[in-house]
Design a protein around this ligand. Sequence first.
Ligand code: GAL
Length: 334
Amino acid sequence: MRAEKRELRRWMRLAASILWLAAVGAAAGPQTIKPGEVWPDDRGQHIQAHGGGIIKVGDIYYWFGEDRSQGLDPSKRYVGCYSSKDLANWTFRSRVIQLSAPEDFSPRWVLERPKVYHNAKTGQFVMYMHIDDAYRLARVGVAVSNTVDGEYRYLKSFRPLGQESRDIGQFIDDDGAAYLIFEDRPAKGFHIATLSEDYLTVEKEVCLIRAPLEGGAIVHYKGLYYAIGSALTGWAPNPNKYATATRLEGPWSEFQDIAPPEMKTYGSQSTMLLKVVGTKATTVIFMGDMWKPKTQWDSRYLWMPLEIGEGKLRLPEPKEWTLDVVAGEAVVKK
Ligand code: GAL
């Protein structure tokens, strides 16, 4: 009898830990990422987080991006939010933005490339996005929420530092300092700027990198800053390029191709560089969008671990790969 009870308890403990694992969504060990393929979320639906950005809160990653699902209200713009502990298995949290034209915009208004920052002082989550009307306004928009996956309240739009701003990028340095990257057509380059203490406005220019590039992304890796950008070819892919600097202020090196130029970044466009620091290694992930302008909901993601170091950066040919978030190790399949 006693032995039976013990056995029953053992099974119950096992069941409880399986349930716990399922609940936190933590799949242990290396997880597979398949660049360019349909990427199903926990509901089996292709992830809608295009032109996205990722932040880590505690040990959970949150991925925000344009939700371009079919069948949505064409007058509204949507931002999807997903969470993951391993960067491979994503749980849909909610549409954190479902917005009708927030200002006096035409039906051709634009909300693109949302990026969320967590302000430790105010506790608020602050979303920046490219807000536009037929691509003539060139502004950023700001929305806030008290919780990471709550409904974001739209506050305003403006031109950062009075300059035109189209594609935006997000960079958080190792010291926690938050920067906005924004493309400025008249200046023929992209700005790196600091945010105000409450993150609700853009405060000061750190650098204007004079290269006509958008989709700007930065990573700080082993004492060097690496910036990646895409040429200005709209939805069509082009050879993305990178430069390096020892300080964000520059001077920045000449831009060089991240992959053989004829491959056009393997059909993708830069959106973010994500650094995963693990117990054994550090992996920098190139996050790119493979846009499908006519079937935008089916746009894919090209995520690959970069070959990076000592001033060199290379995007390898996309192949299935595994990521062990805890160890920080990436292995590209042969
Ligand atoms: C790209 C940009 C995208 C989107 C698109 C519209 O250049 O990176 O975010 O704005 O143009 O044509």
